[in-house]
Structures are given as C-alpha cells and as structure tokens.
Ligand binder design. Structure first.
Ligand code: SAM
Ligand code: SF4
Ligand code: SF4
Length: 339
C-alpha cells in the first residue's frame, strides 16, 4: 500500500498544520507589519474539522506515513487540540505523534495533551537573551514564558526535549554558545536551523544565513563536539555529540547542506491542502473532494497520485536560482504549512 515518488522517496512523515494563527510574530515567519490587526486569517468553516483531519491522516498512514507532527501557526491556539491528539493517537499505524510549539500556552495544556497520548514535544527558542528574543518574536513573549513551558514539559516527562533555534546573522548568532550550554546542562537536544527563504514575506537574504559549519565551529571551540551517526533514513538534522559524552546537538542545514534526497514529508494545511515540499508553490485540496462526498478510496487515489508525481528538491536547486527568479516564485508561507 505504500507509495514512493519519482525520486524513489517513500512517504513516511505527515506534518499537520492545525491553524494559520499565532500568538507570536517572529519576523522570519509572520512579520508583524504584514500580519497586523486587520490580517484576515482563515475563517473557521474553511478549516478542516478534527474528524476530517483524522480521516485524512488514517488514509495517509495507510500509504506509509508513520510519524505525525502537529504544527502551525501555533498549534496550541487551536481550540481543544487535545481532542485531535486523542483521535490521532488512536489510529492504527501511527508510531510517533509529536508537536512543535512556541510553548507560551504549554503549562496550561500539558496535562490534557499527555493524557490524550502526545508522545514528543519540540519547543522553539532562539536565544536566552530577553531583548533579542523579543525582537525575534515580534515583542510577544519574554524568555521566561518559554522556560516555564519547558519546565512544565520536563515535569510531565517529555525528556529529552528537542529545542529548535533559528539562527540569523547579526541577530542571535553571538548568543548560540550560551543557548547550547544551557540545554546541554539540562539534557535536551538543541537543533540549530539555518534561516530559510520559506514563503515570500520574510525578506530573506542569503547573507543573513549562518552556515551550519560555522555554528558547529563556534560551539566546538567552547564545548568540543564530534560527529554522531544519523538515527534513521529521512532524519533532517545532522547530529553532533559533545566530546565529554554529555549530550548532543543537531543542525538543520536546509540552505548549505540540503537533504532533499531523503525527504519523506508530506504537509497538510489547515484548510486541507497537501503539499509535497516546504517551498511548494501550490497544494492539492483534499477538503473540497472530501466535502463533495469523495470516498476513502477516491481520496487515497488523489494522495497517491500527488506523492507519486513528486519531483521536489527545491533546496538542492536554490543556489542555482538568481535572486530575481527566487523572489518571483510564489511560495506557500511557513506559518501556513508548518515547519
Ligand atoms: N509556532 C510553532 C513554533 O514556532 O514552534 C510551530 C510552527 S513554526 C512555523 C515551526 C518551526 O519553524 C519553528 O521552530 C520555527 O522557528 C521555524 N521557522 C519558522 N520560520 C522559519 C524560517 N524562515 N527559517 C527557518 N525556520 C523557521
Ligand atoms: Fe508563530 Fe512559530 Fe511562526 Fe513564530 S515561528 S510566528 S511562533 S508560527
Ligand atoms: Fe523536502 Fe522540499 Fe525541503 Fe527538499 S526543499 S528537503 S524536498 S521540503
């Protein structure tokens, strides 16, 4: 029943963006100047219901996806998200059920998420410097709120956590060693993400990207590192262990060391479109046929056809595109299909 694409990549992961809304305004994702008071987010009737998400997930799992991640926007803003977690964790064939969150609302949600069967958590935190962090989330949160979320996750047994940090030159790159030391001491896995040109709204420039090799160099000179073997096919982060045996970090180097060759991820948007690449220009709606009465077999055929035709490898061709061609390409936004 499984399906592979034109480059022989199986479908293994599904990322579900449950909302296009967020309580932060990280300039690299949802710049406040664009996503202001008047910005029109998707109206509720356009969003997939939990029953619809669950039905589509069941079909996509039959086609080979074993790892599910809930993301957004900010997934904790979706009302009663724990009910969706419970529905997905009850599906046969789901081996892993995780969530990526900015953690602002985590303390009040954690108990319900855990009871519903959420297996793993990734929390985003770009720096421990409060002023810089505020600049990197549009002034919506101090570091303390995220640390409270992390403490709650630790207390609930979600250890080790994965911590995502986007690195932007001139903004937080001088604070990375402090961040690494902090999470090394707490036994969590910090993953540095190269700033990416997702969407068309963040004004991405190549010279704001700090290459992973440079990040490794900086951490290594303070706390020696050695390369670690990958865990599984399709793992996006390159891993490094601390030479003292205490912990590891990951590098997600979409820009300087693309990993399209092993990319096994499908993305489902809040309004029910599937995307086969983070840099896709368009998706395929499953909501419309589903609401028009399509059977499971018909929906499966659409998904199979979509993945089967997949040739995406944007990050591998990015460097061959001129700035002009890249900027003209209309891409889906990160907050819309999730990281
Ligand atoms: N709101 C949640 C959060 O921030 O964790 C989940 C959604 S967010 C889009 C998922 C991940 O994408 C976050 O770790 C975020 O830092 C990362 N991200 C967003 N925009 C990015 C960009 N332009 N380049 C690299 N990573 C980005
Ligand atoms: Fe919101 Fe996450 Fe995007 Fe920041 S990265 S604006 S927290 S969706
Ligand atoms: Fe996958 Fe597209 Fe990213 Fe390549 S650019 S790794 S195909 S999401």
């Amino acid at each position: 029943m499984s399906v592979s694409d034109q480059l022989d990549r199986p479908l293994r992961d599904l990322r579900i963006s449950v909302t296009d809304r967020c309580n932060f305004r990280c300039p690299y994702c949802m710049p406040a100047a664009i996503f202001g008071e008047r910005y029109q987010f998707l109206p509720k009737p356009q969003l997939l219901t939990f029953e619809e998400i669950s039905r589509l997930t069941r079909i996509i799992v039959r086609l080979g996806a074993v790892k599910i991640r809930l993301t957004g926007g900010e997934p904790l803003l979706r009302q009663d998200i724990e009910d969706l977690v419970a529905m997905l964790s009850a599906l046969d064939g789901v081996e892993d059920l995780a969530m990526t969150t900015n953690a602002y609302l985590l303390p009040q949600k954690l108990e319900a998420l855990k009871a519903a069967g959420l297996k793993r958590l990734t929390i985003s935190l770009d720096t421990l410097d409060d002023d810089i962090f505020r600049a990197m989330n549009g002034g919506r949160s101090g570091v303390d709120k995220v640390l409270e979320g992390i403490a709650a996750a630790e207390a609930a047994g979600y250890t080790p956590l994965k911590i995502n940090a986007v690195v932007q030159r001139g903004l937080n790159d001088h604070t990375l060693v402090d961040l690494a030391r902090f999470f090394k001491e707490r036994g969590h896995i910090l993953r540095f993400i190269e700033y990416m040109d997702v969407g068309n709204k963040n004004g991405w420039k190549m010279d704001e990207v700090v290459p992973s090799a440079e990040i490794v160099e900086r951490i290594h000179s303070a706390m020696p590192l050695e390369p670690a073997a990958g865990n599984y096919f399709g793992e996006v982060a390159r891993r490094y262990r601390y030479a003292d045996g205490e912990g590891e970090i990951g590098l997600i180097s979409s820009v300087t060391q693309p990993f399209c060759g092993s990319c096994t991820r499908m993305r489902l948007s809040p309004e029910g479109e599937i995307f086969t690449c983070l840099f896709a220009t368009e998706g395929v709606s499953l909501r419309d046929p589903m609401r028009a009465g399509a059977s499971d077999a018909e929906l499966e055929a659409i998904i199979r056809g979509n993945w089967g035709a997949r040739i995406d490898r944007y990050s591998e061709i990015r460097s061959s595109l001129t700035d002009e061609v890249r900027d003209r390409r209309k891409k889906v936004e990160m907050y819309h299909i999730g990281g």
